[in-house]
Design a binder for this molecule. Structure first.
Ligand code: ATP
Ligand code: MG
Length: 446
């Protein structure tokens, strides 16, 4: 009895104190053939050259949870230079963390050298700024974030190496931080976002001790470079569970630093419904394997802010389209401080917004021109989103649905006689050519 108890305590200690536990195939059930050939080729090549090599992190976690991993990372005892030499199509990347990308057609395997946790460089706030000291597999496990993310799978032995009880946590469907959570969040505040995102995406709970310090430390996100926040935001929005993730972020008080406009948006009438519809559309498209455009999602996230600002400007006497451009600039400036949206997404987002007033124009040549706009589809999808929450008439969205699918004869018949607003034509003529963008009619939009 006592021996049994001691045995149990020792086993527990082994799990949570960081001892090496080998989990055999018959317990975890992941056969080598569950991995794609490019991942196997990477570990096989490294092992054949005498190095240790394991599939690691999110891929092992996802396989154990019965989900398809979206990418495969490999951890090895080889240095980046040694890895690079073994793979003709590879390159060393990164400064903060140096690692190697091994390329196979469209696929990339990220290979990182076992990293030591001892001598990383931290700043005054305890944040890790450089971390290129190599270590053992055990060191590498320890510097990872959650126990479920610190599992190593050896495809040749079909074994999982577990230092922190990650397999047990997967069975319990629970995310637990390795080490003292508050310290680990201070080292890297993005871990708080990862906790929430991964929990929502994978349907895991966050262990109480791991969860507790988050609310208190949420403001540390203010010091995270906006490019990293943006990367995390993208992962969240395209996780397939973006609405659940966002709600959980709000519950944990993490959205202030991360997505400052969310607060305000949620308080606006229709705000929550608008966001919810937009994100659930996105989640649905992802579950159906359809493409989603980041520009569209960002356009949705920030639209109500733009709309609010635009309405205020119009009330103050600014002209429609110019007021919209000014509103866009202002919202962008506020958002930029927190979430630097790279130009390639930002441009699409702004085009979607500026197309909106043009949907109001349903007479003359304008609808035909709009149809030819390269961003028509995204703009139209966005119009449907607005209609679905009652922000514009459903009738207008339906009109465009029919118009784009109709033949030319039908299209001609569909055109409205008078421009969207009475007298719009006259006013437009008077101002004729003043702005020279050839799209004066849009001024009358909304
Ligand atoms: P996803 O499914 O979103 O890719 P992931 O866990 O694989 O989730 P990655 O960003 O691909 O996330 O990271 C790969 C692995 O690197 C993680 O599983 C984890 O072990 C480790 N890792 C990533 N970010 C951190 C971090 N901020 N702190 C500690 N370890 C991290
Ligand atoms: Mg990953």
């Amino acid at each position: 009895m006592i021996r049994k108890l001691i045995g149990r305590v020792l086993r527990l200690k082994k799990h949570h104190g960081g001892g090496r536990v080998v989990i055999p195939l018959k317990r975890h059930g992941i056969h080598r053939n569950r991995l794609p050939s490019f991942a196997l080729k990477t570990t096989d090549t490294l092992q054949a050259a005498g190095f240790e090599a394991f599939v690691v992190g999110g891929a092992v976690r996802d396989l154990l949870l019965g989900k398809d991993p979206k990418d495969f990372d490999v951890a090895t005892s080889a240095t980046p230079e040694e890895v690079h030499k073994l793979f003709r199509r590879s390159r060393i990347i990164g400064r903060r963390f140096r690692l190697v990308h091994v390329l196979y057609g469209d696929e990339t395997v990220e290979v990182s050298t076992f990293r030591g946790s001892g001598e990383s460089l931290t700043d005054a706030a305890g944040r890790i700024i450089r971390d290129n000291t190599w270590g053992s597999q055990e060191d590498d496990a320890k510097r990872r974030d959650f126990t479920v993310n610190a599992l190593f799978y050896d495809p040749n032995r079909e074994e999982i190496i577990d230092y922190h009880g990650g397999v047990a946590d997967i069975e319990k469907k629970c995310m637990t931080m390795i080490g003292p959570p508050a310290v680990r969040y201070r080292e890297d505040p993005v871990r708080m976002l990862r906790a929430v995102r991964l929990a929502a995406k994978l349907g895991l709970s966050i262990d109480a001790t791991t969860r507790k310090p988050i609310r208190e430390l949420a403001n540390l996100l203010e010091n995270v470079p906006s490019s990293r926040l943006f990367d995390e935001m993208l992962k969240l929005l395209f996780s397939g569970q973006s609405w659940a993730c966002l709600m959980q972020l709000r519950d944990e008080g993490l959205h202030h630093g991360f997505f400052p406009l969310l607060d305000k948006m949620m308080k606006m009438p229709q705000g929550e419904a608008f966001l919810k519809t937009a994100l659930q559309n996105t989640d649905k498209r992802i579950s159906e394997d359809k493409p989603v455009s980041a520009g569209y999602v960002f356009a949705a996230l920030l639209w109500l802010e733009v709309l609010d600002n635009w309405e205020a400007r119009k009330k103050a006497g600014e002209k429609g389209m110019l007021a919209l451009f000014a509103a866009i600039d202002e919202v962008e400036a506020v958002q930029e401080q927190k979430l630097a949206i790279p130009r390639r997404y930002g441009t699409a987002m702004k085009e979607i917004w500026t197309l909106q007033p043009r949907f109001e124009q349903r007479a003359g040549i304008k609808p035909f021109r709009l149809l030819e706009s390269p961003r028509f589809r995204a703009g139209y999808d966005f119009l449907c989103l607005r209609a679905s929450v009652g922000e514009v008439e459903q009738e207008m969205a339906d009109w465009w649905t029919e118009f784009q699918n109709a033949d030319n004869q039908r299209r001609e018949a569909m055109l409205l006689r008078a421009p969207a607003s009475e007298g719009g034509k006259k006013r437009r003529r008077r101002r004729g050519g003043a702005r020279g963008d050839g799209d004066g009619a849009a001024d009358e939009g909304q």
